[in-house]
Design a protein around this ligand. Structure first.
Ligand code: ZN
Length: 256
């Protein structure tokens, strides 16, 4: 139902919509109010009803076909399936295997799974693994594998790495030709405007950085906008990017 242009009709329309919202228990006026238990039960029922039996059938068939979902719990994939899957996944990013959205979930699953795990080092298998990894620690490939095999092993790993990045544009990477000049000019203008002073702590005789207020990756349109830049010293800049471990290392090194 489109909203009418006539102001009087618009008001009538708004009143009507708000009346309906009130009757049915949704909309702005519900903000901060709790839905009654009855309403909640109704909502949950209607949510469930959205997935029809046919749809559930279809999803479960897909899950079975692709080998994921509840029914797989506790089952092992056949050796053949494992090999096929592993071949299919080789050299691919999670995004390519699962699609961008599920990739986030999959990588989080593995990460949190590993984080929470108490490793059982006492099993024979684990002991063997540890031992063989200790034997390799601090050694070059040729020490581990012998000179000839070393070349093959190192090639294997480097190829895998290259393959993963093949044809891919790296996010947030500076465009080498044109962007580098633009970036240098932008940085210079930010420093000039701020008189080569950290705008957070006021230090001047210190390594200075030009920080993007709106992020480089998130706001390409403001990358070279001087108003989107601020001069920060290496420490204040590192504080702005707690996720950037390289910057943190730089700052720590600078402090030494
Ligand atoms: Zn500072």
């Amino acid at each position: 139902m489109p909203s009418p242009k006539d102001p009087q009709k618009l008001q009538e329309y708004k009143d009507k919509m708000s009346r309906i919202a009130k009757e049915r228990g949704y909309g702005k006026w519900m903000t901060g109010k709790k839905a009654s238990e009855e309403t909640l039960a109704k909502m949950s029922l209607s949510q469930k009803a959205i997935i029809t039996d046919a749809e559930r059938e279809r999803r479960s068939a897909t899950a079975k076909k692709l080998g994921y979902g509840k029914w797989m719990l506790g089952r092992k994939l056949s050796e053949e399936t494992c090999q096929k899957l592993s071949l299919k996944r080789k050299g691919k990013t999670y995004g390519e295997i699962y699609g961008e959205e599920r990739a986030v979930i999959e990588s989080e699953k593995r990460r949190s799974g590993n984080l929470g795990k108490v490793k059982n080092y006492s099993s024979q298998e684990s002991k063997e693994r540890l031992k063989s990894s200790l034997i390799r620690t601090g050694k070059t490939y040729s020490e581990i594998y012998g000179a000839e095999q070393a070349i093959i092993e190192s090639e294997k790993r480097s190829l895998g790495h290259l393959k993963r990045w093949e044809g891919k544009e790296r996010k947030g990477c500076r465009d080498k030709k044109n962007g580098e000049t633009l970036y240098k000019n932008w940085r210079f203008s930010v420093f000039e405007r701020d008189s080569y002073t950290c705008k957070n702590c006021g230090k001047t005789t210190i390594e200075l950085h030009a920080h993007h207020i709106k992020s480089w990756a998130g706001y390409p349109e403001f990358r070279y906008d001087v108003n989107n830049g601020i001069t920060l010293c290496i420490f204040c800049h590192s504080d702005k990017h707690p996720e950037n471990s390289a910057l943190k290392r730089m700052a720590t090194k600078y402090a030494e």
